[in-house]
Design a protein around this ligand. Structure first.
Ligand code: G6P
Ligand code: MN
Length: 443
């Protein structure tokens, strides 16, 4: 049967990732045919710059696709099949504060982990719920593929506030790391193997990696990671920049703690917190790196394309992140029954973990549904870490809903990256001041 053409809106159209996502949609046109692509953002100027370049890219490659951009939610969310959501509330200026405020108190400053991630979560819940509501109102049969960070907190907010919405929360870190695993193994891509994995978002472990013949690839991978971590096989791109390389290297030290699994790199912010603080530049963080590079380069490339009137020779390209999103959309639309790591309610998948926790686990995705795989019981070490972390995430969402200062303080304190109640409170008070424009009032 011929595949029906899909209508897409990219929410957060002004993002540095948009051109790559659009390129990926065009690259996959044969598998995932498209009738229209819309960009939606509430920041008109930022979006227009990206949109004008994307307009040229689309026109040159697929003039049949209707490409538009808007700041009007009705226009944006009407008549779509998929919402691809990539919000960055407060932009990189606020990310800079998420990273720098904790450092000032000797605590890890990171976009999605620790107090910075919680602060970002409290900024993002409201705007995300708003776009879910637009989608449900104007395109009730659409799916939202949400890769807005901090995914763990955002996913928990979706579970509580919009439990029946057709939203799937995803993260590309496992995808990026699996690409590294494939390179270590000398394989073409991650699609050459199947994985077993469990955890929370940015907080998980691979327990099995097998090729399509069923051969266990873990021993070879582990032998390598034990000595070298992930650094050397990190491909060109964002994770090759200095602050990320340090993280890829740390995989080796994490691995030593439990050498029966492969670790998600983000665990370093919890288990190696003091070392991370010691090794980081507190005045020039990841947000600065991005503002000086990715954001600037993207802006210049958009301007170049618009001035030249052609996208010939552009470096905008799709990547694994974008490929993952399109593959997932394909599965939901065309019943491919592919397996993906998704962030979903546990509901018994991890047998000895609460039903109402949002966990990151493999799911089989088919037409309009996903089916989580059963994980079974997990060991005490992982379970303990995850219980503490999920408590921190849940308290953050409860704090947002109730406007509770106390719960937010507890959320900071529950986070393994924060050493004491006093420091938690000091960071919280600074964060309240910095996020006045974005957070609900706390009492
Ligand atoms: C990984 C994570 C994303 C995160 C990104 C940050 O890909 O999975 O959740 O947003 O890294 O990358 P950046 O280049 O913005 O530091
Ligand atoms: Mn992620």
């Amino acid at each position: 049967m011929e595949r029906q053409k899909q209508n897409i809106v990219i929410a957060g159209g002004g993002s540095t990732y948009t051109a790559g996502i659009v390129t990926m949609l065009l690259d996959n046109y044969d598998n995932f045919p498209i009738a229209s692509i819309k960009l939606y953002d509430n920041l008109e100027e930022r979006q227009t710059r990206v949109a004008k370049a994307c307009e040229i890219i689309v026109k040159e490659r697929h003039p049949d696709i209707v490409f538009t951009y808007t700041t009007d939610p009705v226009e944006a969310f009407k008549g779509v099949d998929f919402v691809m959501a990539q919000l960055r509330v407060g932009l990189f200026a606020m990310r800079e504060l998420d990273e720098k405020i904790p450092f000032k108190h000797g605590v890890v400053g990171q976009e999605t982990c620790g107090p910075g991630g919680i602060a970002y979560g409290l900024r993002t819940i409201g705007p995300l719920i708003e776009i879910i509501d637009y989608m449900e109102k104007y395109s009730p049969n659409a799916w939202m593929l949400n890769y807005s960070n901090p995914a763990a907190i955002v996913a928990e907010a979706c579970r509580i506030l919009r439990p029946d919405a057709r939203v799937i929360n995803i993260c590309d870190m496992p995808v990026c790391l699996e690409e590294i695993f494939a390179r270590i193994l000398g394989l073409n891509s991650r699609k050459d193997f199947d994985v077993r994995y469990y955890g929370l978002n940015h907080f998980g472990w691979w327990t099995q990696i097998r090729d399509h013949q069923g051969n266990d690839l873990m021993p070879r991978l582990m032998e390598y990671v034990r000595e070298h971590g992930y650094e050397e096989y990190t491909p060109q791109g964002q994770h090759k920049e200095s602050s990320w390389l340090e993280t890829m290297r740390a995989a080796k030290d994490l691995y030593a703690m439990d050498p029966t699994k492969l670790w998600n790199t983000y665990l370093k912010y919890y288990l190696m917190a003091p070392e991370t603080v010691a090794h980081s530049d507190h005045d020039y963080t990841r947000a600065n790196e991005i503002m000086d590079r990715r954001e600037k380069d993207t802006r210049e490339e958009c301007e170049r394309i618009v001035a030249a009137g052609t996208a010939k020779g552009t470096w905008f390209a799709s990547n694994e992140h974008a490929q993952f999103i399109v593959d997932l959309a394909c599965a939901l639309a065309f019943n491919t029954k592919e397996r993906f790591l998704l962030i979903v309610p546990n509901n018994g998948a991890i047998a000895n973990f609460p039903d109402d926790a949002m966990v990151e686990i493999p799911c089989i995705v088919s037409k309009d549904q996903y089916e989580p795989l059963s994980i079974g019981k997990i060991p005490t070490f992982q379970k303990g870490l995850m219980e503490q972390q999920i408590a921190s995430e849940k308290l953050a969402v409860e704090a947002w809903i109730e406007g509770s200062y106390q719960k937010l303080w507890q959320s900071f304190m529950m986070n393994k990256s924060v050493p004491s109640a006093k420091i938690a409170k000091e960071i919280l008070d600074d964060m309240i001041e910095a996020n006045k424009e974005f957070w609900p009032e706390l009492h």
